[in-house]
Design a protein around this ligand. Structure first.
Ligand code: LLP
Length: 447
């Protein structure tokens, strides 16, 4: 008999190394029954009540991350990148915490507006914004639109009936060496205009000639999962030099510089993540130096974190469907979710941890691969993780750090509806998004 079995109360408040605070919400504990709790709610209870798979979202963790950004960047505008995760409640939380919201479609715009976000604090992005969405944004009175193409300048000029603030997206040719799918700072990619290119000069020129478009700043987004803050220092240097050139050419001092998002989070213990105070120092120092060098007044800095606000607040729960020991091969734990609720493994080769949530395992462990239920061999959730050797069907698995780009990337492959989002706070649950049913899928099928 172990000490924990004799004194179950030792478990509460105890964080085992498997529940490392860098990948789990701060309010993650084991309760007296050995079950993992978040925000005071046992994950196994959520699985029982709402079914599995299910996304759990810790409201306090989202708010804590917003506050961390505001603390370390007191003078900057923090614009939450809604593409990471957007529900009406999430939009309301981040707005209450003083963040603005970046949306990249008419759908995201509608959700932010429905949540009561002040349109002036909404920024619209997108590499191919349809005319109707530009129109909706302008009519809603969104604060700023980030221009991504020449066509868009023409469309915007046609739609704007009052002055519309815009930023121009430039790629500063900074290679953060990330996954090719999310490397956006290099010159040769689809977003914006390469800094210093003929096309970029032309775009600035065209915006300046449109009476209803007011160019207020430059924008760049270097990529995803960036943990080296020096890349942002380099972006500041290159973009301030360009802002100085614009001033020399047009006599206009652009007041805003948006450095995009991309701040890395840890998905597994030991993964590198962005250090916010260090990033703040580097942005500050490079801004001082670049502004002094170019005799340019300090612009207002904006940052657009998405993942770093919500990733760690989310945990996905699955029920174990089967455990298979392949002779001479892997042990597969088959979960009742997979690539529909987490396509990041198949898309980017992302790696995750998985732990059993309905009991605190104290016995021997096995190395296993958690695979999904979908009809593809690549439907893997967590490869080579350590799980209890006596894991049984029906037990609940929790995969941490699934708050960003999980629900927002989810699909209905194999005719399986998307999971619900249940937020937790102070021991209570709130069903934010309900499970998508077969009836929902059939409702779109007009026969
Ligand atoms: N700003 C812009 C203009 C962006 O395009 C993005 C992300 C962000 C901000 C927020 O980046 P974050 O801080 O969340 O890294 N599906 C991929 C990520 C795609 C990111 C696209 N743009 C993934 O799951 O890793």
């Amino acid at each position: 008999m172990t000490l924990l079995e004799i004194f179950p109360s030792l478990r509460s408040g105890m964080l085992s190394p498997r529940l490392d605070a860098t990948i789990w919400p701060c309010e993650t504990h084991y309760d007296d029954l050995g079950r993992i709790t978040i925000g005071g709610v046992a994950l196994a209870d959520i699985a029982d009540q709402y079914g599995t798979p299910v996304y759990v979202l810790d409201e306090s963790e989202v708010r804590r991350r917003c506050r961390a950004y505001r603390k370390y960047f007191p003078d900057a505008e923090i614009i939450y990148a809604a593409k990471a995760l957007l529900t009406k409640s999430v939009a309301a939380w981040v707005a209450e915490e003083g963040l603005s919201v970046d949306v990249c479609s008419g759908g995201e715009l509608a959700i932010a507006l429905a949540a009561g976000v002040d349109p002036q604090r909404i920024m619209l992005h997108g590499s191919g914004k349809p005319f109707a969405e530009l129109e909706a944004a302008v009519h809603a009175g969104v604060g700023r639109i980030v221009v991504d193409s020449i066509t868009e300048i023409t469309l915007l000029a046609a739609v704007a009936t009052r002055p519309q603030q815009v930023l121009l997206r430039l790629s500063p040719d900074i290679d953060v060496h990330g996954h090719p799918a999310v490397r956006t700072g290099v010159a040769d990619q689809k977003f914006g205009f390469p800094l210093g290119s003929v096309a970029a000069v032309d775009a600035i020129d065209r915006i300046m000639r449109q009476p209803m478009l007011e160019l207020v700043g430059l924008h760049c987004h270097l990529g995803s999962q960036i943990h080296d803050p020096d890349f942002y220092g380099e972006a500041v240097r290159r973009l301030i030099a360009e802002m100085s050139r614009v001033r020399a050419e047009y006599g206009r001092t652009l007041p805003q510089l948006d450095l995009g998002g991309g701040h890395a989070v840890a998905y597994r213990c030991g993964d590198a993540e962005m250090n916010l105070p260090v990033l703040a120092d580097i942005v500050e120092d490079s801004l001082d130096a670049a502004c002094a060098l170019n005799h340019f007044p300090r612009p207002q800095i904006s940052l657009e974190p998405g993942r770093a606000i919500v990733a760690r607040a989310g945990v996905t729960l699955y029920r174990v469907m089967a455990v298979k020991h392949v002779e001479g091969g892997h042990t597969f734990v088959i979960a009742d979710g997979g690539m529909n609720d987490n396509p990041r493994v198949a898309l980017y080769g992302a790696r995750y941890d998985a732990v059993v949530a309905n009991r605190h395992p104290t016995g021997p462990h096995m190395t296993a691969t958690v695979a999904g239920r979908y009809c593809e061999a690549g439907d893997i959730l967590a490869a080579d993780v350590s799980l209890p050797a006596d894991l049984r069907p029906g037990e609940v698995l929790a995969v941490p750090c699934t708050g960003a780009y999980h629900h927002s990337l989810a699909s209905t492959y194999n005719g399986v509806g998307r999971p619900p989002i249940i937020s937790v706070r102070n021991g209570r649950c709130h069903e934010q998004i309900r499970r998508e049913t077969s009836a929902d899928l059939l409702a779109r099928d007009l026969g």
